[in-house]
Design a protein around this ligand. Structure first.
Ligand code: GDP
Ligand code: ZN
Length: 355
């Protein structure tokens, strides 16, 4: 038996279920996505589900179910079922679909917080962290910075200084799986019923952290393959696990770098702290690239704004604009195709144009 309230079920979701044609069926939360199969946690157990025809076709890739989604399904037996509907999402983490410039793919749905995980070793990168923060905050998910592997030794002053523009506005934690106190502190920050997605490149210690937070071995870590020396073991499985009575953790194994999948420029200025300068630019529509009287460029010149931060801001803004123009182009193509189809149909129906 599962108490779905521990998994984040609430009255709001209940009301949304009542709007579905399929409201008479059971509901549950997807805990694992594996190609065309989904593991669904329901009140009376776990089901392996497939999608109904309606769910499978006629849905953009962004609207395909993902881990963390609440679904309505019909059990076929005690272990199998068919997913009939998806409850409306809130706070969902997306990434650019592999090989696409305009399509996004949901990674984790109904998450209130994202732990942006980075290891304090040679892979540490503030620029990557900024990218994750942009993607997460654009979806109104609360970002929390988690800096792992502190036991390897790092220069705290240097790290603190490089994080300052972010840590001013969001919580940050230092952790090591070898120092239980750090795990206890992180655990205390997760509220009951809250869902947390772990975002970060593979190898930064996400699975290890989830295991440590749960106090038991739940996810396979990369340590196994390091023994064989065959590079990193990455699994395509996504897992959602319940912490002892206090929250839901969602791993994103094999995570590649996010492409920006939104064009929220206000959010970008906010994350990069451009906001405090841009109001002072001479031109209202200043792009902060080479304009006269640009307060942002002045701030960079005077060392008030870190050049690397400014450059990453421009880079991600370019990506955001590219994404939104690709989406726009795609819509236009689809529209003109639809128009062409209609014209051909009209032509066929015309009495004088018949061959
Ligand atoms: P994931 O790919 O992000 O899930 O990373 P893993 O949890 O699989 O960890 C990658 C490697 O880093 C493994 O060899 C872990 O043992 C190691 N690791 C994880 N956390 C720590 C830590 O706090 N300290 C140290 N020294 N190693 C860690
Ligand atoms: Zn400007």
């Amino acid at each position: 038996m599962n108490d779905l309230y521990n998994y984040g079920w609430n009255d709001h979701l209940y009301r949304q279920k009542q709007d579905s044609t399929f409201k008479a069926f059971m509901h549950g939360r997807i805990s694992l996505t594996h190609k065309t199969r989904y593991e669904v946690i329901a009140a009376d157990g776990r089901y392996t589900c497939e999608l109904s025809g309606n769910m499978l076709y006629g849905r953009a890739s962004a609207e395909q179910p993902c881990t963390g989604d609440w679904v309505i399904f019909q059990p076929m037996d005690a272990e199998k079922g068919v997913i009939l509907d998806l409850l409306p999402r809130q706070q969902t983490l997306y990434r650019l679909k592999t090989g696409s410039v305009s399509e996004k793919q949901a990674i984790a749905a109904h998450v209130q917080k994202a732990f942006i995980v980075q290891s304090l070793d040679e892979h540490f990168s503030i620029r990557r962290m900024e990218r994750f923060v942009v993607q997460v905050t654009a979806e109104q998910i609360e970002p929390v910075l988690v800096l792992t592997k502190t036991d390897l030794g790092f220069e705290k002053d240097k790290v603190e200084a490089s994080l300052e523009h972010l840590s001013r506005r969001m919580a940050h934690f230092y952790t090591s799986i070898r120092e239980p106190d750090t795990i206890v502190q992180l655990r205390a920050s997760i509220l009951p019923g809250e869902s947390v997605v772990f975002a970060g490149m593979s190898g930064v210690g996400k699975s290890s952290l989830i295991n440590a937070l749960c106090g038991r071995e739940i996810l396979a870590t990369s340590a196994i393959s390091e023994a064989t020396g065959k590079g990193r073991h990455t699994t395509t499985r996504r897992e959602m696990v319940l912490m002892e009575g206090s929250g839901v953790l969602i791993d994103t194994p094999g995570m590649k770098l996010f492409g920006v999948t939104n064009d929220d420029e206000d959010n970008l200025s906010e994350v990069f702290d451009i906001r405090s300068f841009e109001g002072k630019c001479r031109f209202r529509d200043c792009q902060h690239i080479n304009e006269e009287g640009c307060a942002v460029i002045e701030a960079v010149a005077e060392g008030e704004l870190d050049r690397a931060i400014y450059e990453n801001y421009l880079k991600l803004r370019k990506e955001a604009r590219h994404f939104s123009s690709s989406v726009h182009e795609k819509r236009k193509r689809e529209k003109s195709f639809a128009r062409m189809v209609k014209e051909v149909k009209d032509l066929k129906g015309h009495p004088y144009k018949k061959p």
